[in-house]
Design a protein around this ligand. Structure first.
Ligand code: NAP
Length: 392
């Protein structure tokens, strides 16, 4: 029986994870479920999965959750705050941690799980983007097993040789990262100027949280994934090509020196990579329908439009710069995406704010988690001030 702490249980990845887990009560049990503000949804999940702990963002929410849990006869204990998140991520009783909090908020609890040597199912790409060097060092030091949940990275993981990382002579030439192109594929910058948050969140193939949906629309998601792939697979950014593939059936590919290209295909449903990582190195049923290639009939591929989607070039530049550049970029992007969702700035201003913030912050090697957090705070302050000045 694998004991699991699920960080971000009420989100899109959290719900898909619980769907897979519910299919295998003989294999998986829940130790803790966490959310931020969605108390009612978390209480329902606790009723179904009966975890030892449930964690929310603050004391008032925890009190409300505890009352609800008692009323329905559930003996889950409600906790709150960052310390509680770290506690349920690192407790000795836990085998596996699904890191599915969105954004920088996931970094500290995910690192706590890594340092405790847990098996980590990593959806929270921002943690790796912000602090890749420290994160991967902590993985190496603790012997933690790190499995990617992002469908692209999970696909690459499946297509790499099983001794990748242990053998230098593996024949891997390039990683080819698939991108759907998002809802505005084929649009010009001019056409994207007046799009609304709902349009940006209406992804053609994937159903996801609002932050990652906007990132997919700007292609910053692909930029974050590019940096994530550099850390996960220990390759420089020049070894990764981005391929726009609108059907989202090929989730990514690995090109080998003998001319072979291995790809992983599947319906666009996050339960496949979740089930893969949960059961690895075995396979389990995920609930995802069989891929019907006759129905799909064709698979298309395009170059990304770097003019219309400047975020991808910004992310490549941040990957090249290294040091704390990706942490600065990530922080500015989180602030700008939230401002767009709050209808304070336009869609195309997101990339402008990220670029200006990167150009105005000092790039230096972060030697500690505190240094990463300082870069994050400074970038947030700068981009927030920039947004206020644009509103005037
Ligand atoms: N969705 C996908 O298909 C997908 C695919 C690949 C990778 N990912 C990555 O997976 C992560 C989660 O994405 P998602 O789409 O599932 O996001 P989401 O639907 O927005 O869910 C986010 C989860 O994090 C919790 N949360 C938000 N802010 C928090 C905070 N400050 N402290 C603690 N918990 C907090 C939320 O709680 P409340 O519900 O209470 O707010 C929710 O449980 C992201 O890093 C994303 O890039 C997602």
């Amino acid at each position: 029986m694998q004991m699991i702490s699920l960080l971000g249980a009420t989100g899109s990845i959290g719900v898909s994870t619980l769907d897979v887990i519910a299919r295998h009560p003989d294999k998986y049990a829940i130790y803790a479920l966490t959310a931020y503000t969605q108390v009612d949804k978390l209480a329902e999940q606790c009723q179904q999965f009966n975890p030892k702990f449930a964690v929310v963002g603050d004391a008032v929410s925890a009190e409300r959750l505890q009352v609800k849990l008692r009323a329905c006869g559930c003996d889950t204990e409600a906790l709150y705050g960052l310390e509680a998140l770290c506690q349920v991520a690192s407790d000795a009783a836990v085998d596996t941690v699904m890191a599915a909090i969105v954004g920088a908020a996931g970094l500290v609890p995910t690192l706590a799980a890594v340092k405790a040597g847990k098996k980590i199912l990593l959806a929270n790409k921002e943690a790796l983007v912000m602090a890749g060097g420290l994160f991967m060092q902590a993985v190496a030091d603790s012997g933690s097993v790190l499995l990617p949940i992002d469908s692209e990275h999970n696909a690459i993981f499946q297509c790499l040789p099983s001794d990748y990382g242990r053998s230098a002579d593996n024949g891997v030439k390039k990683l080819l990262l698939s991108a759907s192109g998002g809802p505005f594929r084929g649009w010009t910058l001019e056409q994207m100027q007046r799009v609304t948050p709902d349009q940006a969140c209406a992804h053609p193939n994937w159903s996801m949280g609002r932050k990652i949906s906007v990132d997919s629309a700007t292609l910053m998601n692909k930029g974050l994934e590019l940096i994530e792939a550099c850390w996960l697979f220990a390759v420089p950014e020049r070894s990764i090509d981005v391929i726009v593939h609108p059907q989202s059936i090929i989730h990514s590919l690995v090109q080998y020196s003998d001319g072979s290209v291995l790809a992983q295909l599947g319906n666009p449903d996050m339960r496949t990579p979740i089930a893969h990582a949960l059961a690895w190195p075995q396979r389990i049923d995920s609930g995802v329908a069989n891929l019907d290639l006759f129905n799909i009939a064709r698979l298309d591929f395009e170059q990304p439009d770097m003019q219309a989607f400047p975020s991808l070039a910004i992310a490549r530049a941040a990957a090249q710069a290294g040091a704390n550049a990706a942490a600065i970029m990530n922080a500015a992007n989180e602030v700008a995406v939230q401002a767009f969702l709050d209808q304070r700035i336009g869609f195309t201003q997101i990339a402008e704010i990220v670029e200006q913030t990167l150009n105005n912050q000092t790039v230096c090697e972060p030697e500690s988690l505190e240094a990463v957090q300082e870069s994050d705070s400074e970038a947030r302050l700068y981009s927030s001030t920039l947004i206020k000045s644009l509103e005037k």
